[in-house]
Design a protein around this ligand. Structure first.
Ligand code: COA
Length: 152
């Protein structure tokens, strides 16, 4: 349902055009911020979320935590006009499948556990992650609730 394409010189403008709803901006940054983080921080990898016809509908990024080797999902944003179509769910599923199939060849680290953090009030995202098997651990990361999902 979705294709994840690493951010490149060719597609970054399409990713930068992705916008959450204004009411959601308290929970996520602009995709341009995530693109810069991926470009300069040396940890995260931004991807375009594309539908099968090639339209860019979102952004997601991932990283391996150097402290415990867990695979983190960050910066998930589906464009406001395309929310509620199953694209957010498909994006998380695509990332989990990518790690199951491709790791450790992508990052050099075996995939054992997925992790992410979410604001406590972000009920839609929390519901999505819980339904995919992510469980609250009691940890906090930058005031956000951490959820983890061991590799099945
Ligand atoms: C969270 C987000 C990525 C979900 O993406 P999406 O494509 O809209 O979600 P999906 O269509 O895949 O739906 C996922 C689940 O959420 C539910 N959902 C989606 N939008 C909803 C809404 N506005 N109200 C209530 N439930 C909603 C769906 O019913 C679905 O549940 P189901 O599969 O059990 O029916 C999207 O809302 C978004 O970009 N939000 C702003 C950024 C953000 O908060 N990112 C997460 C940071 S941790």
């Amino acid at each position: 349902m979705v294709v994840l394409s690493p951010a490149t010189a060719e597609n970054w403008r399409d990713i930068a055009r992705v916008r959450p709803l204004e009411s959601q901006s308290e929970w996520v940054a602009e995709p341009t911020y995530y693109l810069c983080l991926s470009a300069y921080d040396g940890l995260w990898r931004s991807c375009a979320v594309r539908t099968e016809d090639g339209t860019t509908v979102g952004h997601v990024m991932w990283a391996v935590d150097p402290d415990d080797d867990s695979h983190w999902i960050g910066g998930l944003v589906i464009d406001a006009e395309r929310q509620g179509e199953g694209l957010g769910r498909a994006t998380v599923e695509a990332l989990l499948t990518l790690w199951e199939r491709e790791e450790p060849s992508l990052s050099g680290t075996e995939y054992r556990e997925a992790a992410l953090s979410v604001s406590a009030g972000n009920e839609v995202a929390l519901g999505l992650y819980r339904s995919l098997g992510f469980i609250e651990t009691g940890e906090l990361s930058d005031d956000e609730i951490v959820l983890r999902r061991p590799r099945p």
